[in-house]
Design a protein around this ligand. Structure first.
Ligand code: SF4
Length: 402
């Protein structure tokens, strides 16, 4: 170290050693470049907690810790229908649900479970890395506990018994978990870890009625308690940008979940997919308002409070009466940057113990109507990473115990 640089360091004796080292490196490198040393910039303060390379407890990180390597999901079908489609609860389904029952990448239920697994393995084979540990059998499409135990148990057990399957994940509704199904899941859990994925989407009953979810919040609360008592893992799906909801309402949903005994969460933006009721409403609003993106995202920042927009009361909505009210906000069509800011906020209010399974969504490109920016997943993830870096936030830094 030259006498000149030592003199610079001696000017700041109270600074931490790593800052002094940074000053020195900056000084030396600028001298090497031949640039005059006017002012040495301090290193940006790095206070973000990281899980691996991410400022949140991601599913990727969690699985590597748990299984010793990268884990891939195989999207499968159990062949079940959904009570929200077959008339038991309703015939319309959730308004955003596609023909594939929110499992458009899942293998066909026409194949037996071994055939489905092999086909799904082929589908993901290009993504396998050197530290690959195994697969999760993910029964994704429709409601995978909506069927008799006698048919479902052999199906799930066959998947769980395979050596290449590390865990079984089952997507379902909280109103489709009767006691005999729960007992079957407990037996399955003794073979391989079982994760139950519940599509809550929102805690707001008016939105739930509008999207035709078909069950009340207390049904969900009860299902989570029963699943946890049975020793099963629970993962909850939340949709960002539901009709009539602003960011404050989504935050209320995630805050509610942050105090529940759940294991994981999937945060996903609302996709408008061709052929859905949501698409019909979306196009009707587009015709009424012109360009939706200008109408709803002409602001620089996400909506901050509920009173910025009139929140329509959809509690009485049915398939017949659902319509777009003049002046009501329908879809808060977020820009990518707005969405990234919302994700940072939602992740920061979640406790570290809740694993983040998803911060964006994969919509089939041939069905996607809006938002089109979501088709570029790499850009979405990069924008979210940049928003985390810029804000300095990380999972749990705004979580408050009750
Ligand atoms: S519960 Fe699931 S499968 Fe059934 S309509 Fe809603 S999103 Fe679709």
């Amino acid at each position: 170290m030259s006498g000149q640089s030592r003199a610079i360091l001696q000017m700041f004796p109270a600074l931490p050693a790593e800052w002094l080292r940074y000053f020195y490196r900056s000084y030396v490198s600028s001298r090497k470049d031949g640039a005059a040393v006017q002012m040495v910039q301090p290193a940006p303060e790095v206070h973000q907690k990281l899980w691996g390379d991410k400022p949140y407890n991601s599913i990727d990180f969690h699985m590597k810790q748990r299984f010793g390597g990268k884990v891939m999901r195989l999207s499968l079908s159990s062949g079940c229908s959904c009570p929200n489609r077959d008339g038991k609860v309703s015939t319309g389904g959730c308004i955003f649900c596609s023909e594939g029952g929110s499992g458009d990448f899942a293998e066909s239920a026409q194949l037996d479970v071994h055939e489905q697994i092999e086909a799904a393995k082929k589908r993901v084979s290009r993504k396998l890395s050197s530290n690959f540990a195994g697969y999760i059998a993910y029964f994704q499409s429709f409601t995978n506990t909506y069927g008799p135990v006698e048919r479902l148990e052999p199906l799930f057990t066959t998947a769980a018994m395979r050596e290449d399957i590390l865990a079984v994940s089952i997507a379902t509704r909280p109103d489709c978990l009767p006691d005999d199904i729960l007992q079957m899941l407990v037996r399955l859990n003794k073979i391989k870890p079982v994760m139950i994925e519940l599509g809550l989407q929102t805690i707001h009953e008016s939105t739930a009625a509008y999207i035709n979810r078909g069950y009340a919040l207390d049904v969900f609360d009860d299902a989570v308690k029963r699943l946890k008592r049975a020793g099963l893992e629970v993962i909850v799906h939340v949709i960002i940008g539901l009709p009539g909801e602003n960011a404050a309402m989504t935050e209320a949903t995630v805050s509610y979940l942050s105090h529940m005994d759940i294991d994981g969460i999937k945060l996903q933006l609302l996709h408008v997919l061709k052929g859905t009721e949501l698409c019909r409403l979306y196009e009707a609003q587009a015709q009424r308002d012109g360009c939706l993106c200008k109408k709803a995202s002409g602001k620089d920042a996400p909506f901050e409070s509920e009173d910025q927009y009139e929140i329509p009361d959809h509690s009485a909505a049915s398939e017949q009466t659902r319509s777009i009210q003049p002046g009501s906000i329908f879809i808060p069509y977020y820009s990518l940057e707005e969405y990234a800011e919302i994700i940072v906020r939602l992740v920061s209010i979640l406790p570290e113990r809740i694993v983040i399974h998803r911060i964006t969504g994969d919509a089939p490109k041939k069905l996607l109507v809006s938002p089109m920016w979501s088709a570029d997943k790499k850009r979405v993830l990069n924008t979210i990473s940049a928003a985390f870096r810029k804000s300095g936030h990380y999972q749990g830094d705004a979580f408050h115990e009750q």
